[in-house]
Design a protein around this ligand. Structure first.
Ligand code: PLP
Length: 425
């Protein structure tokens, strides 16, 4: 048995499914999970010493690659001064300044410990600010595992084909309307009927959790117009896209300002950080400035803040976005060519350095389209890639990520592995 197998066997005895987050169990790809030992740059090494070109990249945070020297040294330096104080520390102020400077709609920001927590808190604020209780989300969008948005979610939930999850009262689920992504007409219709009851629309401005699905131009514009017209708030969940598509996120790329923005992943540079941000008068409703309670013992943790700060500063100084986009575009094109040569029906969506190859012959513009993918073929593709030294997300409904550490040579190496894997399908 492999080392990964041995460790996972022990894990199964003490962790539900052997994991702390469901997709890590590799169930959707019917493969024994690998156990990570270390990461360096674009590579991940498993407990058996196998090396993979990594396109999972911890599900998005690692835009600078694994263990980037600047981030690691910032973490060490912070850790030596103390792991947690439960008091204001300089790192959180500096990171907040960077976020406010970068994200167009952010005038104030509150740090939390995960994307889920950011979404939960932003929704509470939206309900408080509007005095309304209904929410709107889009099928296949994932906003973390908070009850109100774990309704027709993507990501792990899409993977397992669950409609939601036991444990969420119907009464709670009924407060969330679910519409198809990219369906501006459906948004207009709902607002015409129930507009005055809706507190907020939450959306992934580029969907990443049903696989990558770009927004059609009219879609985001309609969301901005309808929410404004009816006094509801627009929340961009930029947990993936924030600092990934550009320093200002999707809102900068598409030129649309939401009322509230949720952040996570890249903003923590690989440490557990989430954040929500918005206009001054909205954020000033948060306690202790305002009456909307939200707190956290470890929020603004100095070590986590230091990792985020080093990451954002590196991004700001190097501005790698254009190069990342070009590298990614040409890589996906070549990958697609290899599949075409082999006569395998597929399509791909890419925005910036995030993309998904879907095994379907129709364009993917919403969750229904994504679900026409051949999941059996995806599972075999995943397994063949793993054998050939390439790690991708263990589900069809996820984004692949490039980092600044994925240089031409590494991508060439990955394409070689992919070519061999496709030959084995
Ligand atoms: C990952 C993700 C979340 C949840 O973040 P966690 O840190 O896993 O709680 C929320 N929204 C989006 C868009 C995400 O991709």
């Amino acid at each position: 048995m492999t080392q990964s197998g041995r460790i996972f066997e022990r894990a199964l005895r003490v962790l539900p499914g052997g994991v702390n987050s469901p997709v890590r169990a590799f169930k959707a790809v019917k493969t024994s999970p690998i156990v990570a030992k270390r990461g360096f740059g674009p590579y991940l090494e498993d407990a058996d010493g196998n090396r993979y070109v990594d396109f999972l990249m911890s599900w998005g945070p690692l835009i600078l690659g694994h263990s980037h020297p600047r981030v690691v040294s910032a973490v060490k330096e912070a850790a030596e001064k103390g792991l947690s104080f439960g008091l204001t520390n300089p790192y959180e102020v500096e990171l907040a300044e960077e976020v406010v400077a970068a994200v167009p709609s952010a005038q104030k920001v509150r740090f939390v410990n995960s994307g889920t927590e950011a979404v939960m808190s932003a929704l509470r604020l939206a309900r408080a600010a509007t005095g309304r209780k209904y929410l709107v989300k889009f099928a296949g969008c994932y906003h973390g595992h908070y009850d109100a948005v774990l309704v027709s979610a993507g990501s792990g939930v899409a993977t397992f084909g669950l409609p939601g999850t036991p444990g969420i009262p119907e009464e709670v689920a009924r407060l969330t309307f679910v519409l198809p992504y990219n369906d501006a007409e459906a948004v207009r219709n709902l607002f015409a009927q129930r507009g005055e009851e809706i507190a907020a629309v939450i959306v992934e401005p580029v969907a990443g959790n049903m696989g990558v699905v770009p927004p059609e131009e009219e879609f985001l514009k309609t969301l901005r117009e309808e929410t404004k017209k009816h006094g509801a708030l627009l929340i961009f969940d930029e947990v993936i896209t924030g600092f990934r598509l550009s320093l200002g996120g999707a809102q900068e790329v598409f030129g649309i300002e939401p009322d509230l923005t949720t952040l996570g992943k890249v903003v923590g540079g690989g440490m557990p950080v989430g954040a929500y941000a918005g206009r001054r008068e909205l954020m000033e409703r948060i306690a202790p400035e305002g009456d909307v309670y939200q707190a956290g013992t470890l929020s603004g943790n100095p070590v986590a803040m230091a990792a985020g700060l080093a990451t954002l500063r590196e991004l700001k100084e190097k501005n790698p976005y254009r190069e990342l986009e070009e590298k990614t575009a040409s890589f996906v094109r070549e990958l697609s060519n290899l599949l075409t040569e082999r006569g395998i029906a597929h399509t791909y969506n890419r925005v910036g350095s995030m993309f998904t190859v879907f095994f379907t012959d129709r364009p993917v513009r919403n969750y229904d389209d994504a679900q026409t993918s051949d999941l059996e073929l995806f599972a075999r593709f995943f397994g063949a890639l793993l054998k050939n030294g390439v790690l991708i997300p263990p589900s069809q409904f996820e984004a692949w990520f490039l980092s600044t550490a994925h240089d031409e040579k590494v991508l060439e190496e990955a394409l070689e592995g992919i070519k061999r894997a496709i030959g084995e399908l």
